[in-house]
Design a protein around this ligand. Structure first.
Ligand SMILES: CCCCCCCCCCCCCC(=O)SCCNC(=O)CCNC(=O)[C@H](O)C(C)(C)COP(=O)(O)OP(=O)(O)OC[C@H]1O[C@@H](n2cnc3c(N)ncnc32)[C@H](O)[C@@H]1OP(=O)(O)O
Length: 138
């Protein structure tokens, strides 16, 4: 593993910082240059939950979205927006436990970038799977 810390976007809800966005989750995003995926480690707390102790799916979708967005950004300075996002919740994500998200750039076709992502628990179980089509802004 050769992880490089990506700069993040200061005001981003997922990867921002508390000065620019007090509500940001403040997650650090890394790029693994060998495996060619993003790496986001997190331990959710109670404030991330919908049902008690169970992390809100919308928040997990936001993390998945960022993991994929940065998998594009790692090799491309153009701006892409999420056009289509699909997500499957396979196993509940609990607060207080450690998880890791990975985002992968699969391929590019014209203005489209096809990506995938996964969130795994410490035992390596897949909890969330996602896919997206990002569109390069003209
Ligand atoms: C990501 C890199 C940034 C990294 C920095 C990190 C920042 C922080 C991280 C932030 C991360 C958070 C990120 C966020 O949350 S971004 C915020 C959430 N997303 C948006 O708000 C996007 C809103 N939508 C639009 O602005 C427009 O609809 C876009 C720009 C997407 C297209 O309107 P435009 O008029 O420009 O283009 P077009 O209609 O001529 O289509 C062009 C091509 O695209 C294909 N197409 C279009 N839509 C879809 C679709 N839904 N599924 C599949 N394909 C689609 C279309 O078939 C055509 O293909 P082709 O026929 O040419 O082959």
């Amino acid at each position: 593993m050769s992880l490089v810390k990506l700069q993040g976007t200061p005001s981003c809800f997922v990867c921002g910082n508390e000065n620019d966005n007090p509500r940001s989750l403040g997650l650090n995003i890394f790029w693994d240059n060998e495996s060619r995926y993003t790496f986001i480690s997190f331990i959710p707390d109670e404030s991330w939950c919908g049902y008690e102790g169970m992390v809100h799916g919308g928040l997990l979708a936001a993390i998945i979205d960022d993991a994929m967005a940065w998998s594009i950004k790692a090799s491309d300075d153009d701006i892409y927006v999420t056009g289509k996002l699909t997500i499957s919740f396979r196993k509940e994500v609990r607060c207080g436990k450690k998880y890791v998200a990975h985002g992968f750039l699969e391929r590019k076709e014209g203005r489209r970038a096809y990506t995938s992502a996964v969130i795994k628990d410490e035992e390596g179980n897949t909890c969330v799977e996602g896919g997206a089509i990002f569109i390069r802004v003209k």
